[in-house]
Design a binder for this molecule. Sequence first.
Ligand code: FAD
Length: 106
Amino acid sequence: YVSKEDLGRATWLLLHSIASQYPDEPTEREKRDAKNLINAMATLYPCKECQTHFKTVIERNPPEVDSSVSFQEWMCKVHNAVNEKLGKELFDCAKIDERWGGVECF
Ligand code: FAD
């Protein structure tokens, strides 16, 4: 059994890690892949309620994939939109690098 909370924490770990390692000057291919990854969440994420809400979030805030900083900030913004829906405290996006910038696998 996988809880909505464990699934969410694992997914945010992956998404913020990808954003933190995203290139400063992405290729067209990388930009397309980043957009596809996000858009896929609205159709494939294995929690229906989450899919439905996230779809409206990304319709209002299309993925910003032109640079690492813009993708990281965008990720923080949409994670906060989910936090807001769930009545959680909003995360200070100035701390994004401190929280997720150390993610790199060797
Ligand atoms: P999480 O929200 O999982 O966050 C993990 C860690 O990320 C936090 O401990 C904090 O250090 C850091 N963090 C928090 N906010 C930010 C931010 N804005 N930017 C950067 N880092 C941050 N759950 C539902 O019940 N209903 C839903 O509709 C729903 N939709 C979801 C949609 C998506 C796309 C995803 C990935 C998850 C969704 N979830 C949903 C799960 C929910 O977001 C949480 O993951 C879950 O409730 C566990 O929350 P948590 O408090 O442990 O921390």
